[in-house]
Design a protein around this ligand. Structure first.
Ligand SMILES: NC(=O)c1ccc[n+]([C@@H]2O[C@H](COP(=O)([O-])OP(=O)(O)OC[C@H]3O[C@@H](n4cnc5c(N)ncnc54)[C@H](OP(=O)(O)O)[C@@H]3O)[C@@H](O)[C@H]2O)c1
Length: 263
């Protein structure tokens, strides 16, 4: 039987493209959403080779007013059977809170938090039509601790982790599985976009390529897990940090990041 479609936000590159390819390999049709036409076309071409050309792109700047509503209207107009939603599009702002423009904080909060909320809320009726459906939310290890220089970002990812777990409880028994993936460093365009190139030495040493991270997340999603931290070293780090006093973890992590920022 033909599988339904997976809608993946931020599918033009990085983790989002890896999710789209992993889902196409599993036989799902793909709706790839992002802003960059040429890169979306590459994702669609790669996915199409894997799933019998069941891949399409929708260009959208998701932080624009009405963008999510229009996206869902396009899905409804084509009546695509969406059975997987991957809330992946996200960005970070790096620097001291007061030094970054308020508009940047607010835009990031919309992309990282409000867009997943709105998209999930609007697509739930469609997901409920399938006997089995899936929501994968992309959090971050940064969501487990507070630290200086990435406060709004880590706060937005804490929100995603908590909201994802709550939604999972509410949807338990409905046939809709909800999972949150909390990656550590992944070698994508993410640090460059955030202006965090000074962290690239750490990213090169500890970062994972997108493919295995996406695979770990999709395996956890389809196995019915609530949350997954891809990578053995990252799993151990989360475990150990969870055992230490929060204030110490915050102070050590903040001093590393502030030093990198040059403050
Ligand atoms: N990389 C890491 O170290 C890391 C670690 C933990 C968690 N994460 C999370 O993983 C997710 C994916 O990040 P990534 O590492 O793959 O970063 P990335 O390479 O920068 O990709 C971000 C994706 O989001 C899309 N996007 C950004 N703004 C958008 C907007 N306004 N409307 C629509 N799409 C938009 C981008 O596409 P366009 O520019 O074409 O629109 C791109 O496809 C994010 O939620 C991030 O927080 C990343």
């Amino acid at each position: 039987m033909e599988k339904g479609y997976a809608l993946v936000t931020g599918a033009s590159q990085g983790l989002g493209r890896a999710f789209a390819i992993g889902l196409a390999e599993r036989g799902f049709g793909i709706v790839a959403v992002a802003r960059t036409t040429a890169k979306l076309a590459e994702t669609v071409a790669e996915c199409g080779k894997l799933n019998g050309a069941r891949a399409t792109a929708i260009e959208a700047d998701l932080v624009a007013p009405d963008a999510v509503e229009k996206l869902v209207q396009q899905i409804e107009a084509t009546d695509l059977p969406i059975t997987v939603l991957v809330n992946n599009a996200g960005e970070a702002i790096w620097g001291r809170f007061a030094d970054k423009p308020l508009d940047d904080h607010l835009r990031m909060m919309r992309l990282n938090m409000s867009v997943p909320i709105e998209l999930t809320h609007r697509l739930l009726p469609r997901l409920r039509k399938a006997p089995k459906a899936y929501v994968l939310n992309v959090g971050s290890m940064a969501g487990y601790n507070a630290f200086a220089t990435l406060g709004t970002y880590s706060g937005s990812k804490s929100f995603i982790v908590r909201w994802s777990r709550s939604l999972r409880m509410e949807l338990s028994g409905t046939g809709i599985q909800v999972c949150c993936v909390c990656p550590g460093s992944v070698t994508t365009g993410f640090t460059e976009r955030a202006g965090m190139q000074v962290m690239d030495d750490l990213a090169k040493r500890f970062g994972h390529p997108p493919k295995p991270v996406a695979e770990a997340a999709l395996n956890a999603l389809f196995a019915g897990k609530a949350e997954v931290v891809p990578g053995f070293f990252n799993k151990v780090t989360v475990l150990v940090l969870g055992l230490l006093p929060e204030a110490i973890v915050e102070r050590v992590a903040s001093s590393i990041y502030l030093k990198k920022l040059g403050g």
